[in-house]
Design a binder for this molecule. Structure first.
Ligand SMILES: C[S@@+](CC[C@H](N)C(=O)[O-])C[C@H]1O[C@@H](n2cnc3c(N)ncnc32)[C@H](O)[C@@H]1O
Length: 395
């Protein structure tokens, strides 16, 4: 299918769904009883996202929010409530029927929120050529849309263009654990179902980093569907457009606390647990963003963490036989490589098969935010106990 054909078929599909109120796409976990207090039923019944607008948890009064592929406007209207009447929400969508529903309901939502006028605006446009000014947005949200865009890298570049320096995105989307085969890519029904257009996790996150975003990491993820061995996951990701850095000033040092034994940041610097590393201003800015705060100590003097230091964290595997049960782990940031204490090497976005012992390690609180764990087996695997030996059949 050509890009034009994909776009036309996706738009037709969503126009039809919007006019019939048909249920589509993925399960979400909205608090509908809360949304019903100010969002009309006409909007709620055509909610086609794959996540709740987790990005809105960080939104502040008066901010400007952009929703890419706003559909009937559900997330825009929740953003409108959260930012208050001094803030602004712009929804972009390519489908007229969606825009008509969102525009018709904007004054009703504003009235229910007690605002003097709507602070939401719905513009017709494509995700890869957005009718939005450069550097004008504080927060980008998007809910199950970018997988539908034929050229995701162009969308990521557009997102970077419209964000203010210091701005951020939090988007939910469908990704896959491996390359989607051509016979699925050319299946228009599966495009409309948010499957065929999915990128592999590593390409999705890599495309965002190539566009300029930093500290890209997962907020949450759930397994969605598996078709012919390709596993589709619903993920919510965040990242930042960091402002330009000024002069270095005094030398700074970063010490990795753990739980990883080594990691590499998005600028290519490697860190070993407990060993201080001098860092330049750009790295200091990166490591001071929220997702790194639990991983590093940063300061003007080098801090070495020995094994007795309570700030040093290591999670050792149990010394018991393990079992292979079909589990895989995907490192989802904010680092690009990492190693655990069982010497597994993880590369961001690349699935690694893990045994029961490693599942136990990676589901501990310190590791959990950095991984998506899913199963490739379609039926339950009991598995036989395997003894671990260096170079042997297990860890
Ligand atoms: C799965 S629905 C999600 C709608 C909304 N975000 C929600 O959570 O209900 C996808 C929406 O994105 C729009 N869309 C798909 N591809 C697009 C693109 N390339 N540019 C702009 N809008 C797009 C569709 O028209 C549709 O309204």
């Amino acid at each position: 299918m050509s890009i034009k054909e994909i776009t036309e078929q996706v738009s037709e599909r969503y126009a039809k769904a919007a006019s019939t109120g048909k249920q589509m796409c993925c399960p979400t976990s909205y608090d509908m009883s809360h949304l019903k207090t100010f969002i009309p039923e006409e909007v709620l019944k055509i909610s086609y996202g794959c996540g709740t607008p987790a990005g809105l948890e960080t939104v502040e009064t008066g901010e400007t929010v952009l929703d890419i592929g706003s559909g009937g406007g559900i997330d825009c209207f929740e953003a409108s409530r959260l930012i208050g009447p001094s803030g602004r929400v712009i929804g972009i969508d390519m489908t007229d029927t969606m825009l008509e529903i969102a525009r018709r309901n904007a004054p009703l939502v504003a009235a229910r929120l007690g605002y003097p006028r709507p602070n939401t605006e719905f513009r017709k446009g494509m995700a890869d050529a957005m009718p939005v000014e450069d550097a004008s947005i504080d927060l980008i949200i998007s809910n199950c849309v970018i997988n539908l865009a034929p050229d995701k890298r162009k969308v990521f570049r557009e997102m970077y263009r419209v964000l203010k320096p210091g701005g951020r995105f939090t988007i939910s989307d469908i990704v896959s654990d491996q390359v989607v085969p051509q016979y699925m890519v050319h299946d228009s029904a599966k495009w409309g179902d948010c499957l065929s257009g999915s990128l592999q996790v590593q390409d999705y996150i890599g495309g965002m980093v190539d566009a300029g975003f930093r500290a890209v990491h997962q907020i949450k993820s759930t397994a969605w569907q598996s078709i012919d061995g390709v596993h589709f996951l619903s993920v919510t990701l965040t990242g930042y457009k960091l402002p330009a850095v000024g002069d270095q000033g005094a030398t700074l040092y970063a010490t990795l606390c753990g739980p990883f034994s080594t990691v590499t940041d998005e600028l290519g610097q490697q860190y070993r647990r407990g060993v201080p590393q001098s860092i330049d201003a750009e790295r200091a800015q990166l490591l001071r963003t929220a997702p790194f705060q639990s991983l590093f100590l940063i300061g003007p003097t080098p801090i070495t963490l020995d094994s007795a230091d309570p700030r040093r964290r290591a999670i050792l595997p149990e010394q018991t036989p393990c079992i292979w049960q079909g589990a895989y782990a995907i490192l989802t940031g904010p680092v690009i490589t990492a190693e655990d204490d069982d010497h597994h090497q993880y590369y961001r976005g690349v699935p690694v098969e893990i045994c029961s012992k490693t599942v136990h390690v990676l589901t501990q609180d310190a590791y959990r935010p950095h991984f998506t764990i899913y199963h490739r087996n379609s039926t339950l695997v009991e598995g036989e106990a395997v003894s671990c030996a260096p170079g042997g059949s297990c860890c």
